[in-house]
Ligand binder design. Structure first.
Ligand code: ZN
Ligand code: ZN
Length: 268
């Protein structure tokens, strides 16, 4: 029996004798099955070929990314906080070096995940840190391909995780969420956005899509809803899901002006 991992999107599945017949995450209209067909791997195979690369992005903010590139290629973040370390978003591989590093940093207090594309191997990351709770929005919990006791689906619009606030914005997924950490940036705050918003290549704007690979936009009311959900919270930095995609300053203004630009573009 193996916990198979989809090589395209990096999602780990419940135990089975053979590879699952299909990956519902990849078959959804937000993702894709490659032309060569679906391909499967597992944690032991990944561990032989890949490692988790750590990078200190700012004081108290470490990005984690599988190297070389695997699956969607997202970065997760270990965020040092006043109530312990939070792992924001997640990866398919848990390697020994990361286990040791997290233990040396005092472990994790919680895992929080923006949306199903980054559920990846969340159950194994939780187990590696002593079974810490995994917070994900209940509206998306049905997408979890490997359920487990650590899952804590939450309902409503916000969830307090110590000093951090998880904010449901919707859009990309119904439960798509971001994480606000007010203590970062010398108390000016930082926002971790997953795919709920994507920091653009110029790092001066964010964008909003139902699907990034398949280029499906959102409508004006969805974009307004995302922007309005985060405006009560003050933040300078915006950490996007991909390497180098970080807005360093004026986060609130960036989200507001990005929503305005987007809505102008789609309404004419
Ligand atoms: Zn998949
Ligand atoms: Zn996504």
């Amino acid at each position: 029996m193996t916990h198979f991992i989809c090589s395209t999107c990096g999602t780990q599945f419940s135990e089975s004798d053979g590879p699952p017949p299909a990956c519902p995450i990849c078959e959804d209209d937000r993702q894709f099955v490659p032309q060569s067909g679906q391909d499967w791997t597992d944690m032991a195979i990944l561990d032989q070929t890949y490692a988790v690369a750590w990078n200190e992005e700012a004081e108290g903010v470490h990005s984690l990314q599988i190297s070389p590139y695997f699956g969607i290629g997202q970065r997760a973040f270990l965020i040092e906080g006043p109530d312990g370390n939070i792992l924001w978003d997640c990866l398919s591989l848990v390697d020994q070096a990361s286990r040791a590093r997290i233990a040396a940093m005092g472990g994790l207090s919680a895992i929080a995940i923006s949306h199903p594309h980054f559920y990846s191997s969340m159950i194994e990351w939780s187990a590696a840190a002593g079974g810490v709770p995994i917070h994900l929005h209940a509206d998306d919990a049905g997408w979890a391909q490997r359920p487990g006791a650590a899952l804590r689906p939450w309902t409503g619009e916000t969830l307090q995780i110590g000093a951090a606030t998880m904010i449901r914005c919707g859009g990309h997924f119904e439960g798509s969420s971001v994480l606000h950490c007010p203590w970062l940036e010398d108390g000016h705050g930082a926002l971790f956005v997953g795919d709920t918003m994507q920091v653009t290549m110029d790092r001066r704007y964010v964008s909003f899509m139902r699907s990034y690979p398949n280029l499906i936009p959102l409508n004006a009311s969805a974009v307004n809803r995302i922007s309005e959900a985060v405006q009560p919270y003050r933040f300078e930095a915006i950490y996007g899901a991909f390497q180098g995609r970080t807005v360093e300053r004026n986060g609130n203004h960036v989200v507001g002006s990005s929503a305005q630009r987007y809505i102008q573009a789609i309404t004419g």
